[in-house]
Structure formats: C-alpha cells, structure tokens
Design a binder for this molecule. Structure first.
Ligand code: NAI
Length: 430
C-alpha cells in the first residue's frame, strides 16, 4: 500500500490567510521555539542530529552535523544564511512553502540561530519572486512587532536580527559560496571549498547555509520529537519531504510524503501521467540529476534508493515527460540553461557548456553524425569533476543519462535528417 501523504510543511496551505502570524499560531506556530529556548543550545543541535534530518536543498548533508561544525567560543560572529534562491529546473517547493507558511521558516530560523549562537540571520531569496520577498518581509515585520525577533527574543537574553535579502536572479547564486559573495555585495561566483562556510563563510565568519525546507522542518521536529520524525521515511533518510511533480502529469503540484515513496505511488496521488499518454523519462531531483525512465518507477525516492539506481535525489523535483517529448530537445533546452547560467569562472564549465549547446543544436536538427555522440560524451567527461562547483556536473547529467537510455533516438535524428517529434504535441515546451 502506498505510504500516506504527510502534510507537515504543507499543513494549512488551504486555510484562509495561512501566512499571517495569527494563522500560523492557530496551527501551533511558535510553540517549538519556546520549547527550544528552554533547552541548552547544544541540546538543540543534538536533537536535530538525532532526528537524522538531511539537507533538503539537494545534497542531503546532515543538518545537525552542519550546525555542529560551527565552532564555539571563537569570539567571532556566527551567521545563519537561508538559501531561498531556489532555481534548479523543475524545483518549486520552497516558493510555495514561503508563500503559504513564512512564519514556519522564521520560527526555524530562530531555533537554528539559538542553537549555533548566531545573532544575525539572512534569508537570501531570488530577486524575481517579488511576491515571495514581500510575503517574507511582512512575516518578519510581524515577528519583530510580536517580540519574536530583535532584542531579547521571547523575553530571553537572546538577540536576533533577521534580514530578508533579494538576489538578482542568477542560478549560480544558489551555490552556497556564490550566494555568500553575492550577499557581501560582490559578483556571485563560487569560492574554493575548503574552507567550508561553517569555518569561513559570510564576512569570513562561521556560517551555516541551510535550505528553506531544511530550516522549515525544524519546528515540527522540536515540537513532535525525534521518534515521531524517524517514524517516517527510511533509516538513513528519515522524515517527510516535499516532492514537486510537474510536466506531463494530470495534477502537478507539491506532494508532501515520507522519504522513500516511489514515483509510481506519487503518480497515484497525482492522477497519473496525462490521460492517453505514457511515461517516457523523468528527473528525480531537477535537471542536474541523471534522468530515469519507466523502469525506475519503483525506485524508493530517498538518498540511498535513488543513488543506488544511478542518480541523485537532489531537490525532489520530479519532472515528468511522456512519449511526445523529444529527449534530444529536452537535453538541449536544459543545456542552454546551464550555458546561460554558467558564471564563467572556470574553463571546463564556461567553454564546455557552450560547445555542448552547439553540438546538441546541430543534432536536434538532424545535422550531426554518430561521431558527435562521442564528442558530446568526451566534453561531458572534461566537465564532470573538473568544474569549480556542482553546476558543471549538473550540466552533464541530462546529456549523459539521455544517451544512456535513448541513444537510438539521437541516431534517429541523424538518420531522418531531422527531429522525429512534433513539438506542438509536447505541451511542456513553451
Ligand atoms: P556538497 O555536498 O558539496 O555540500 C553540501 C553541504 O554540506 C554544503 O553546505 C557544504 O558546505 C556542507 N559540507 C560538505 N562537506 C563539508 C565539510 N567537510 N565540512 C563542512 N561542511 C561541509 O553539495 P553542494 O555543492 O553544496 O550542493 C550540490 C547540490 O545542490 C546538488 O545535489 C543539487 O541537487 C543541489 N542544487 C540545488 C538547487 C536548488 O535550487 N535548490 C540548484 C542547484 C543544485
């Protein structure tokens, strides 16, 4: 039987004005932070470690461990930076969460800052999503007015300032060190790691960079306890998470479920692939994660399950494509995105993504030759693991994986001298 959906972060999304302080407090809002403030900060870190919560931004790094890296008694300021620069193609979970439930994020921020002894936090949100920026700013204002932020949070001697900062719309600024450069007022380009931000982050001080969903999950864990959280999901990937289904699916949207649910089960909730069509390929976690096909419908969507099947869970952005979609065209479209968003700092990514686009464009028109397939893979080999940050690896993923499963479709383009698909049938292409 399919696991039941677990509306925790998505609880109350359909209430009337769930984003207000009053609305959030009707759903037990700000009770977890009061509990946390009665604990020692180290106990809060231990609780998050014990819960097994893993970062929801894509990499799945243990959140409590990351908090534990922040050195104590070092005499330096500490910072929490919430990465709200969601931009991985297909990823659409943090934005609806912040729109519906901004106070849960603010509550998580207060708990995290108390734990890591930070007195200033930043939420770095995409510049384009003005509605989200305004929604967050309004929630932060309400929290200040209620005495939940500022001097003496909840009447304690803990002070916390929270700044909502708008980025300028560059995908690379979702990479944590590029985000920090951007926040410092520089051009956003990734820094060499190590040192990791936990050691030298914002203004060279210890900094925790956490994804929106990771921080938003903390209040529920504090409120309900470690056992409750671990009662969902799998042993190494416990808890609930937001899966975003998009593309050729009857009811696209966010489905909050235990980690380890399969796409087959999620499709049952989402009404299946659009009527009259069948699944062709899909991404488990955005376009940066190698694509899957119908044979992967029963892969458990947790870090281990997806990893064992040859991809990554990433942002849990399940983009569904049916048989009307040309996989070469999909790979080209994604590659154009990466080439456009490459920051240009390192040669493999800057030059490599440019040439990938040139070759794919030719191929999609049926002008390539079989030799070009080797060239494509060779270019990918020269990017993967050799680029400065994860953007390069991400760019290669759709190409390498589409060639693995659909080599014949690439060849068909050459044989016919053109694309065998009618793009007007595949509604996902604007
Ligand atoms: P990573 O695995 O290098 O690092 C993950 C986190 O763990 C970082 O915060 C890093 O600072 C920390 N960390 C790792 N090793 C550490 C150590 N030894 N000491 C201290 N801290 C340590 O992954 P990365 O490059 O940060 O992120 C890649 C992921 O981002 C991909 O899996 C991809 O799915 C995801 N992504 C998400 C996007 C979105 O819109 N949410 C956009 C693009 C990619």
């Amino acid at each position: 039987m399919a696991p039941e959906l677990t509306p925790v972060l998505s609880r109350g999304w359909l209430d009337s004005e769930p984003w207000t302080l009053a609305g959030y407090q009707r759903r037990d809002g700000y009770t977890a932070v009061k509990q946390a403030l009665r604990m020692h900060p180290d106990e809060v870190i231990q609780l998050v470690k014990d819960s097994g919560l893993r970062g929801r931004g894509g990499a799945g790094f243990p959140t409590g461990m990351k908090w534990g890296f922040i050195p104590q008694n070092d005499g330096k300021p500490h910072y929490l930076v919430v990465n709200a620069d969601e931009s991985e193609p297909g990823t659409c979970k943090d934005i609806p969460f912040m729109m519906a439930n901004p106070h849960e994020l603010v509550e998580g921020v207060i708990i995290a800052c108390y734990a890591i002894r930070a007195s200033h936090a930043f939420i770095y949100v995409r510049g384009e999503v003005l509605h989200v920026l305004r929604r967050l700013q309004a929630a932060v204002r309400e929290a200040y007015d209620a005495g939940f932020l500022g001097k003496g949070v909840f009447g304690t001697d803990f002070d916390l300032e929270l700044t909502v900062h708008a980025g300028a719309g560059a995908y690379i600024c979702g990479e944590e060190t590029a985000l920090l450069d951007s926040l410092e007022g520089k051009r956003g380009q990734p820094r060499l790691r190590p040192p990791f931000p936990a050691v030298a982050g914002l203004y060279a001080s210890p900094t925790c960079v956490n994804n929106v969903e990771s921080i938003g999950s903390v209040p529920a864990i504090v409120r309900n306890g470690v056992d409750w959280f671990k009662g969902m999901g799998s042993e190494k990937s416990p808890g609930f998470t937001l899966y975003s289904l998009s593309g050729h699916v009857k009811h696209p949207g966010q489905y909050e479920a235990p980690l380890g649910i399969t796409l087959r089960e999620l499709l049952d909730y989402a009404g299946g692939v659009r009527p009259g069509h069948r699944l062709k390929f899909w991404t488990p976690g955005g376009s940066s994660t190698p694509m899957f096909t119908e044979e992967h419908l029963d892969v458990p969507l947790d870090y281990e399950g997806v990893g064992a099947a040859g991809s990554m869970l990433g942002t849990k952005a399940l983009q569904i494509f049916d048989e009307t979609t040309c996989v070469v065209r999909a790979a080209l479209r994604w590659t154009e995105f990466y080439a456009h968003e490459s920051c240009g700092k390192c040669t493999p990514c800057r030059e490599g993504t440019y040439w990938l686009v040139q070759i794919l464009k030719r191929m999609e028109k049926g002008e390539g030759t079989e030799d070009d397939l080797g060239k494509l893979l060779d270019l990918c080999d020269n990017i993967v693991g050799k680029a400065f940050c994860a953007l390069g690896d991400g760019a290669a993923a759709p190409i390498q994986s589409s060639l693995k499963y659909f080599r014949d479709e690439y060849l068909e383009h050459f044989e016919r001298g053109g694309c065998p698909f009618d793009p007007s049938l595949s509604t996902v292409w604007a």
